[in-house]
Design a protein around this ligand. Structure first.
Ligand code: DGJ
Length: 570
């Protein structure tokens, strides 16, 4: 039985008030079968319409209210959602920035100030305000960990380290980080998160304002590559858990290459301690931590899903590489977070987590996306930049990587109806339905171009389409605009010769992909807009507005849309 089906069974059991103890002890096959078929039906055609993930071709899409949804999001600063007063003037600016989703924090300390007493007033406030502005929410559960530290747990947890133990360094000193190797820590977090999900079901199961959950924030230990508390030392010296070994064996051919290599170098052993199976060194410390974080966070996610099974993801503080060399080793960045080299430990240890998501604050965007597309992981970018480069990345996420969505960090600062993000999201929202219809089916593509890579070509249908970066547009009618660093060309195939091309600061050229003896000409070119999904043409472009009478120009001040028909001649 798949995890998804199991989650639905538990959810339905709760919804139908079936006693879970009875369910397990009665070994009531009949109930299980009937719940399983309800679950299967729910997945095929979710009658309750809970936001969920669904495959389309090779893509995984987020389905909201029965339709694929592209998250045009942005994340609030960490403390913003702790005050409705602070938020009040922001909402209208956020909505005018053309977002459809806000990523907002729910902090454990504010939600459970005393053990077992929950206060959902902030959660209710943010849901109500989001609805007022027709915005969806992705809630970020700041529970046991935030950026590798534990600062969001309530004081009754913080102050009681006997009961809620911390990670220790090599000298036995406690770090300000809850250990993953404590069932008490895990159960307290899971109880609170389950209470949150139950509450969201009660207040939002009909409206679906909340569409996804982030569980914890950028987990992993900072300052050491692994936990050295006595219990962690014992686990590290003990055998690699059977569940992980089984996963490695059954997924041997599809493991992330870094892990496959380490396991191979140590002799592909099928049992033994962590160092026996994977060799020594910080990388093995990191893998051990990843397994333990995944077990803990996966448990918290599963407890939440048992109440209300929204899609759930974890976000990643990436290795900053050459940009911050001193942070380039486990412990310099949070050791054990869902980085690409330890993705398999996360998949095996936390199957209730649907998406491993990278926070991309530094180049190279294409590399980061490729890492997080491995082993069928759907792409969602919960934190990134919101300038013109960020907008290019948003286009690329949707069009090149079949992504679920994009979200720059710090909408408090970025909210600006005239800003880059507002302009980019305005255009992207016009073509989002076209993109979503085609994701995973080979009918939409995108490329990034800049000074370093000024040309990029992709095949779409029977044509090769090439974007050429033009720092200053040579379109005679284009307004003079400040040059941008990087832009995206987005290509959508409507029919054999019909395309929608979205671009900025670029020229776009075409070739036949099927017959090199044929030249490609522009049949018709219209610029225009999609209004409520309907194409509204503006100028018909020809002559000087189509360079060499065979290519397209896109001005530099904003993304624009051209709808074209191509033809061939020889
Ligand atoms: C990454 C964290 O995940 C966010 O919560 C935020 O603190 C940003 N860094 C700040 O840039």
């Amino acid at each position: 039985m798949s995890n998804g089906v199991l989650e639905y069974i538990i959810f339905w059991a709760k919804a139908l008030e079936v006693n879970l103890m009875k369910l397990s002890t009665l070994s009531s096959t009949a109930i299980l079968i009937s719940l399983a078929s309800t679950a299967a039906f729910s997945q095929a055609q979710p009658s309750t319409n809970i936001p969920h993930l669904q495959k389309q071709g090779t893509a995984t899409q987020l389905i909201v209210d029965g339709k694929p949804f592209l998250v045009l999001g942005a994340e609030l600063n960490n403390s913003s959602a702790s005050s409705m007063e602070y938020m009040r003037p922001l909402w209208s600016k956020i909505a005018a920035t053309n977002l459809n989703t806000v990523l907002a924090t729910v902090s454990w300390e504010l939600m459970e100030p005393e053990e077992g007493r929950f206060d959902f007033s902030l959660v209710d406030g943010v849901i109500q305000d989001a609805r007022r502005y027709n915005l969806r929410l992705i809630l970020l559960w700041f529970g046991s960990w935030k950026n590798g530290k534990s600062t969001y747990q309530p004081l009754w947890v913080k102050a009681n380290q006997q009961r809620f133990p911390l990670i220790q360094d090599e000298k036995g000193r406690g770090l300000p980080t809850l250990t993953t190797l404590s069932d008490t820590n895990r159960d307290a977090d899971a109880r609170a998160f389950a209470a949150l999900m139950k509450h969201i079901r009660e207040v939002d199961a009909a409206e679906h304002t909340v569409i996804m959950m982030q569980v914890e924030n950028e987990v992993g230990v900072l300052g050491v590559s692994r936990d050295h508390s006595p219990v962690a030392n014992q686990a590290f010296a003990g055998p690699v858990p059977k569940e992980f070994m089984d996963y490695l064996r059954t997924h041997k051919d599809t493991l992330i290459p870094e892990l496959h290599k380490r396991w191979e170098a140590a002799g592909f052993k099928t049992s033994g301690s962590w160092e026996e199976v994977f060799g020594g060194g910080m990388e093995t410390d990191e893998l051990f931590m990843a397994w333990n974080y995944a077990r803990y966070v996966g448990y918290v996610a599963a407890a939440g899903k048992a109440e209300y099974p929204l899609p759930m993801f974890v976000n990643t503080w990436l290795r900053q590489g050459k940009f911050k060399p001193n942070e380039d080793m486990p412990g310099g960045y949070p050791s054990g977070g869902p980085l690409p080299q330890v993705m398999d430990a996360w998949r095996a240890g936390g199957p209730a987590i649907d998406i491993l998501a990278p926070d991309v604050h530094v180049p190279n965007y294409d590399d980061r996306c490729a890492w997080y597309m491995q082993s069928g992981n759907p792409l969602f970018i919960p934190e990134s930049r919101g300038d013109s480069k960020g907008v290019a990345w948003a286009f690329s996420t949707a069009g090149k990587y079949d992504g679920i969505g994009y979200s720059p960090f710090g909408i408090d600062r970025l909210a600006n109806p005239e800003g880059e993000l507002a302009k980019g999201y305005q255009t992207l929202s016009q073509v989002a339905p076209l993109i979503l219809e085609r994701q995973g089916l080979g009918k939409v593509a995108a490329v990034l171009v800049d000074e370093a890579t000024p040309r990029s070509k992709v095949r779409l249908g029977d044509y090769m389409i090439e974007a050429r970066f033009a720092r200053r547009s040579q379109d005679p009618n284009a307004p003079v605009a400040a040059p941008v660093d990087q832009v995206a060309g987005l290509f959508i195939q409507l029919g054999p010769d019909d395309y929608v091309i979205v671009g900025r600061s670029m020229r776009v050229d075409f070739e036949s992909a099927t017959d090199a003896t044929q030249s490609v000409g522009l049949g018709t070119v219209e610029e225009g807009e999609y209004v409520d999904g309907r194409w509204v043409p503006g100028r018909r472009l020809n002559g000087d507005e189509t360079p060499e009478w065979k290519a397209l120009w896109f001005p530099g001040d904003r993304y624009t849309i051209q709808r074209i028909k191509l033809y061939r001649y020889r």
